[in-house]
Design a protein around this ligand. Structure first.
Ligand code: PLP
Length: 407
């Protein structure tokens, strides 16, 4: 195939490590290797680096360093937020979450349900938005925790977290948000949002994989440890601190948030151009999610008469990387739980594809993608019996209409 490029439009799945971040991390794989818990000078050097990283993260979020716990990523942070409260629930036995959460929340909630915790699920509207009114009706004095993501990973819809958190607070329940997709793309400050806990993951904003944080507001007591062991993370999470990853996380967060104004504006402009181009050049396409109230990098389309997987592989032949459903569920033939919760048919959900742009995405990459998308859609539709049926029925309608006119 002529002109094969490689175009990466799957930044919501992961991003490459920024070279400036890698440079910061490298010494901690080599010469600065001490165990951050050791008393000697080797340990002191890494201990200082971990302290600095924690302070840097706290400064970015405008919180205190002792409100930051390093974890192995967003999944662990989400698990911990749900499982951590234990007896500090004050006898409350119920969790409320939403139907469109990441599996890190949904599967953890299911596990807790199997252990006797009551879990209720908030629905969403056709744009993927949770309703504060529904939370008001659902919440009670049994609710220990409400967990709703800040922005959805598939359709990018941003949730009214401030409003939801204040409802939880008014009922004496704690509020957790999974901010994994939002941090680095939009402004996120836990105190302004009024959340008690917040999950963040480094690899979504040009940091390393396998590291994240759980922000836990001072005064909130996590009783259960997920990982028991040594005295790390103020005794709350055992295991020798992974210094290079922690340093890389802090640096990538710092850079992402500092450069967010410029990057997000450029990404959003290109994303809007992409949407316009797709909608004007490709037929039978629907934009999923909210038109405005969504993350700047996200687009999610349903292509009628096409299977998302087929489109994904077709685009891969052109060197274009995107995603059908969320990365974690790709490979499964189940339609996206997010699109189903938004009320879409299995067909529409199956024909959906997410394209997520990044800070290095260019207009020529977008043009190449639209062009390739056009070719792949045509090829797949030419093979589709459903599309043939649709065309035949259109033809029949036309014949009938012209026959009527002739009478
Ligand atoms: N939460 C959301 C919304 C995500 O998109 C992801 C990853 O895709 C996670 C949690 C899991 O984060 P991690 O990959 O760091 O475990």
């Amino acid at each position: 195939m002529e002109n094969i490029k490689r175009v990466y439009l799957d930044h919501s799945a992961t991003t490459p490590v920024d070279p400036r971040v890698l440079k910061k991390m490298l010494p901690y794989f080599g010469e600065v290797f001490g165990n951050a818990n050791s008393q000697h000078s080797f340990g002191q050097a890494t201990n200082i680096a971990v302290d600095e990283a924690r302070r840097k993260v706290a400064d970015v979020f405008n919180v205190k360093p002792n409100e930051i716990y390093f974890t192995s990523g967003g999944t662990e942070a989400d698990n911990w937020a749900l499982k951590g409260l234990g007896k500090s629930n004050k006898g409350r036995t119920e969790i409320i979450t939403s139907k469109i959460e990441h599996d890190a929340i949904l599967k953890t909630a299911k596990q807790l349900q199997e252990q006797g915790i009551s879990v209720k699920y908030l629905s969403v509207d056709e744009y993927g938005q949770v309703s504060p009114d529904e939370l008001k009706k659902m919440i009670s004095d049994k609710t220990a925790l409400v967990s709703v993501m800040l922005a959805n990973n598939e359709v990018g819809t941003i949730q009214p977290i401030k409003e939801l958190a204040s409802i939880a607070k008014a009922h004496g329940a704690l509020f957790h948000t999974d901010a994994v997709q939002a941090v680095g793309s939009i402004d996120v400050k836990p105190k302004e949002l009024g959340v008690d806990m917040m999950s963040v993951s480094g690899h979504k904003f040009y940091g390393p994989k396998g590291v994240g944080i759980l922000y836990v507001r001072g005064g909130v007591k996590l009783e259960n440890r997920l990982i028991t062991g040594g005295f790390q993370e103020r005794t709350m999470r055992g295991g020798t601190t992974n210094v290079p990853l922690v340093v890389g996380f802090a640096e990538s967060l710092f850079l992402a948030v500092n450069e967010m104004g410029k990057n997000s504006a450029k990404i959003q402009e290109l994303r809007d151009y992409f949407v316009k181009e797709v909608e004007s050049k490709i037929s039978h396409v629907i934009l999923n999610g909210h038109r405005e109230n969504r993350l700047p990098q996200n687009t999610n389309f349903s292509f009628e008469f096409i299977e998302g997987e087929g489109l994904l592989f077709g685009l891969d032949m052109f060197g274009i990387a995107c995603s059908s459903g969320s990365a974690c569920s790709s490979g499964s033939l189940e339609p996206s739980h997010v699109l189903l919760a938004m009320g879409f048919s299995h067909e529409r959900a199956h024909g959906s594809i997410r394209f997520s742009l990044g800070k290095h995405t260019t207009k020529s990459e977008i043009d190449y993608t639209v062009n390739s998308l056009h070719k792949v859609c045509k090829k797949l539709r030419d093979l589709s019996p459903l599309y043939a049926q649709y065309n035949a029925s259109q033809q029949n309608d036309l014949h009938r209409a012209s026959a009527k006119r002739m009478v």
